[in-house]
Structure formats: structure tokens, C-alpha cells
Design a protein around this ligand. Structure first.
Ligand code: SF4
Length: 151
């Protein structure tokens, strides 16, 4: 119990982020991690390994072929395994998902649980940062974990 509280406190003060994705949302995400918006100032750091990360950020359209890899990646993230879906493609399939195109899934929450959704095509860096702060809120408030937050 103490370990769990300690872990949450630590994760909420210095949240380690692992990210994966493709497509034009990359530009907005890079602005957030780069010097323009510098999420490091808010206590978020980029992790090189999923096993050391508190949060998985996913952006871009996800195809059925990619799904097994994404699920394997999710399984490697530390508990409580926070996930942020960034952009319309990750949230709902975006412009690439349609009845005719079965290769792109209608949002990653079809396969893995998502804690915070940041819609937009692409979302502004300010919206992404607000989403990250909502992840932090979920980390500090264990009772809220498992509840979806839509921006
Ligand atoms: S949500 Fe829009 S901007 Fe982001 S990857 Fe999809 S098409 Fe590109």
C-alpha cells in the first residue's frame, strides 16, 4: 500500500513518457517535447524503454497489422499503465477509417484501454499539454483511474 502511494507520488512529480506513432501529429508532438513547448518543464521526461515509463502516448492511424505490436508495447508499460490517445486518428481512426477501409481500426481504445483522449486533426500543442496534465491528475487521484477523460 505504501509502495503504491509512493509510486503514484513519484510518477505524478516526474512522469516518464514513451511514445509511438506516425503521421502528421508527429509535428505537434515534437513541438511539445522540443524547446518550443518543452514538457520537461512540467516534469514529463521522454523514456527510451517502455518498462521504465508511466505513460504511453500513441498518435497516427493504427492498422490491424500494427495492433499485435502495440498491444505488446502496452503490456510492457509500468502499472498503472496510463495511455493518452493523441489526435483524431488514434482516438477514432480519423480520416483513414471508413466502412470501406477495414485495415485502419476505429481508435486504439478498441484494443487497449485509453485514459485520456486528445482529439483534433492535429491537436494544438496546448491541447496535448492539457491532456498530459490530465494524465497527471489521474496519477495523483487513484480513485479516478479507469475513468475516461475526453478533452
Ligand atoms: S489526426 Fe490528423 S494530423 Fe494527426 S495523424 Fe491523423 S490525419 Fe494526421
Amino acid at each position: 500500500m505504501l509502495n503504491s502511494k509512493l509510486f503514484r507520488l513519484t510518477a505524478s512529480k516526474a512522469t516518464k513518457v514513451y511514445f509511438t506513432g506516425s503521421g502528421c501529429c508527429t509535428d505537434e508532438w515534437i513541438q511539445c517535447v522540443g524547446s518550443s513547448y518543452d514538457i520537461g518543464r512540467l516534469g514529463f521526461s521522454i523514456s527510451e524503454t517502455p518498462e521504465e515509463s508511466d505513460l504511453l502516448v500513441i498518435y497516427g492511424a493504427v492498422t490491424r497489422a500494427e495492433l499485435p505490436h502495440l498491444v505488446a508495447l502496452y503490456n510492457r508499460i509500468c502499472r498503472p499503465k496510463m495511455v493518452l490517445a493523441l489526435g483524431a486518428c488514434a482516438c477514432s481512426g480519423g480520416i483513414f477509417h471508413s466502412a470501406k477501409n477495414k485495415t485502419v481500426i476505429a481508435g486504439i481504445d478498441q484494443e487497449i484501454p485509453v485514459d485520456v483522449f486528445v482529439p483534433g486533426c492535429p491537436p494544438r500543442p496546448e491541447a496535448i499539454i492539457e491532456g498530459l496534465l490530465k494524465v497527471r491528475l489521474l496519477l495523483t487521484e487513484p480513485r479516478m483511474h479507469g475513468s475516461r477523460i475526453d478533452q
